[in-house]
Design a protein around this ligand. Structure first.
Ligand code: ARG
Length: 284
């Protein structure tokens, strides 16, 4: 497993991945060196084996450096389909060969990853607007169906009419930063944190103060020091409903991480149900 990257590559990735989320302040001063590459969740703690069996890790290949690195999260929503954030997928014409999906592990492990057969970004996602433009969802079709096992299982999608009242406690998981610009330290155990759903109107007003628009297909969750952060993107926000977990959001963006006035912004899963189901059911 290679977690190290050359400094320029890292800068590039950070630019690609964090600019949409950070209001311009890129937390890159120096390369922290091998073994500390971008892989938290803020205010969370170690997840237990099998606690979040739908969590996947997305590994991307950088052809100029011939290196793979874990850059985003995702969720298994079907034996052969992963839901992630569209802004995680780089470039106009992404190639499936440069992406692999890690299933069922608590630690980053390239060798446990599988091939992707198709990458489908939401047609309304705008590359140039990045995450903040909304429609920040993508589907990845795996080459072969997987699971279920103790460690690998899919997450249920919510019924279209389901919405959770502000204050509902949900959970978000990932290998992203533990604070802005601070990567998850070794041994890189998957992190989990409980976050409250924030009222749409409150979130909208808060972000409007910094001239950012919360789209209708986005929802907010988090509180002071409880949030997802850089490199958690694409990962699932899940809530318990009638005794089962359902995926309510996809980590998308936020102003810094863990700020009291700026909760994390998530793609709202219920907004994309017809699109998701259309692909899963019509795919050969
Ligand atoms: N855009 C980030 C990424 O690509 C996710 C940021 C989430 N930010 C937050 N404050 N919840 O990894």
């Amino acid at each position: 497993m290679t977690r190290a990257e050359e400094p320029e590559t890292k800068m590039l990735w950070l630019l690609v991945l964090t600019l949409p989320c950070l209001g311009g302040s890129v937390p890159v001063t120096s390369d922290p060196g091998p073994g500390t590459e971008l892989v938290g969740i803020m205010g969370g703690h170690d997840a237990a084996d099998g606690a979040w069996p739908w969590q996947v890790g997305l590994w991307f290949f950088d052809p100029t450096r011939s290196k793979w690195s874990l850059e985003c999260g995702g969720s298994l929503i079907h034996p052969q389909w992963v839901l992630t954030a569209a802004h995680c997928i780089p470039g106009r014409n992404p190639v499936t060969q440069h992406l692999k999906v890690q299933l069922g592990g608590l630690r980053p492990s390239y060798s446990d990853s599988v091939q992707v057969a198709r990458i489908i970004r939401h047609p309304k996602f705008r590359l140039e607007k990045k995450a903040e433009g909304g429609a920040d969802v993508a589907l990845l079709k795996l080459e072969a169906p997987v699971g279920p096992s103790n460690l690998v299982r899919w997450i249920r999608l919510p019924p279209a009419s389901l919405s959770f009242p502000p204050g509902t406690r949900c959970w978000v998981t990932g290998w992203g930063d533990v604070a802005p610009g601070e990567p998850l330290p070794p041994p890189y155990n998957l992190q989990e944190v409980e976050v409250p759903i924030v009222a749409d109107e409150i979130c909208r007003q808060q972000y409007l103060r910094i001239d950012k628009v919360i789209q209708d297909d986005e929802l907010c969750a988090g509180s002071r020091e409880r949030d997802s952060c850089q490199s958690d993107s694409g990962g699932p926000l899940v809530c318990k409903w009638r005794g089962t977990w359902v995926q309510v959001g996809v980590v998308s963006w936020g102003e810094s991480c863990g700020l009291a006035d700026f909760p994390g912004v998530y793609a709202r899963v219920t907004s994309f149900l017809p699109w998701i189901r259309g692909h899963i059911h019509s795919s050969p």
